[in-house]
Design a protein around this ligand. Structure first.
Ligand code: ZN
Length: 292
């Protein structure tokens, strides 16, 4: 098995078309290790991970991109986050038995929420689309067509070992001599890609197989990795928001406050001493519910 965990950008030399190829390997298995997903949901989450990685490739600032699925069931929630450093985490919530099906069959009526956050300014952009089409790729294509008026096509695939994907996007034409037929031709060629090719071949092999008569420039591999952004500090802040009395009540009842991060299963445990320390430098009046 090839260990890759890479993102490659590429572009067509004689047409206003760009693209990306993503392979998630150890990154993806770190996600699978933490929760046992039924096979249809494993595919769904893998595709969502790859889609987030492909979309993050277009961020030109430090920040993060998240994709959130909100469904009426069996899948009720899906969250995938990817930072501009290409560090990812993801999870799905579901209820009951799940059988293979289209995206609407897996999540009922629902929405896809795309959030992009700039780290430095804290600026946040959020787009919401009703889930349309049969797959994550369809939903993302629909979102990009609506929000950016950019024609984009995605091919996504995931199994128990790897998840992979290909994106091509038509950019505004730069000059009139440009090859006008390039976009339909590139889409038609890309559409012949097979799931096993995306999973098994390296980026240059995929591009060569699909576009061997085209002039394609493939850029260097950029690394991808699993990383959860949870931290002791964040959990402490959440507990401070909950308030001194509430936290002490829980400890009186259960002996400790246990917080488990759902993305990475990291457990944070606070006993009475930890709790007092938590509020020692944050007076009770800092509790939002006690202000006014
Ligand atoms: Zn975590």
């Amino acid at each position: 098995m090839k260990e890759r965990d890479t993102l490659h950008n590429f572009l067509f030399e004689h047409a206003a078309i760009r693209g990306d190829v993503v392979h998630l390997d150890a990154t993806w298995r770190e996600v699978l290790k933490r929760h046992a997903y039924p096979a249809p949901l494993r595919s769904l989450l893998g595709e969502l991970m790859v889609a987030a990685a492909l979309l993050t490739a277009r961020l030109n600032f430090e920040g993060s991109l998240s994709l959130q699925l909100q469904g009426s069931g069996p899948v009720t929630l899906g969250v995938v986050e990817c930072s501009s450093e290409r560090l990812m985490r993801g999870l799905l919530h579901w209820t009951g038995d799940v059988e293979a099906g289209t995206l609407p069959q897996l999540m009922g009526s629902g929405q896809l929420v795309i959030t992009i956050e700039q780290r430095r300014s804290g600026e946040r952009y959020q787009g919401v689309v009703d889930v349309a089409g049969d797959s994550i790729a369809d939903a993302i294509e629909c979102y990009l067509a609506q929000s950016e008026q950019l024609e984009t096509r995605l091919w996504l695939v995931a199994n128990a070992q790897s998840a992979a994907g290909l994106l091509v996007q038509r950019m505004p034409a730069q000059d009139e001599d440009e090859d006008a037929d390039a976009w339909p031709r590139v889409v038609q060629l890309a559409d012949t890609v097979k799931g096993e090719e995306l999973l098994g071949l390296d980026a240059h092999e995929i591009l060569h197989r699909l576009f061997y008569e085209e002039d394609v420039r493939l850029f260097e591999a950029l690394p991808m990795a699993f990383r959860c952004s949870c931290s002791l500090e964040r959990v402490q802040n959440t507990l401070r928001m909950l308030g001194h009395d509430e936290v002490l009540d829980i400890i009186a009842e259960r002996g400790s406050v246990d917080v488990t991060c759902e993305f990475c299963n990291q457990k944070y445990v606070f006993d009475a001493v930890d709790a007092e320390a938590l509020f020692a430098d944050a007076p009770v009046s800092a509790n939002p519910s006690l202000r006014h």
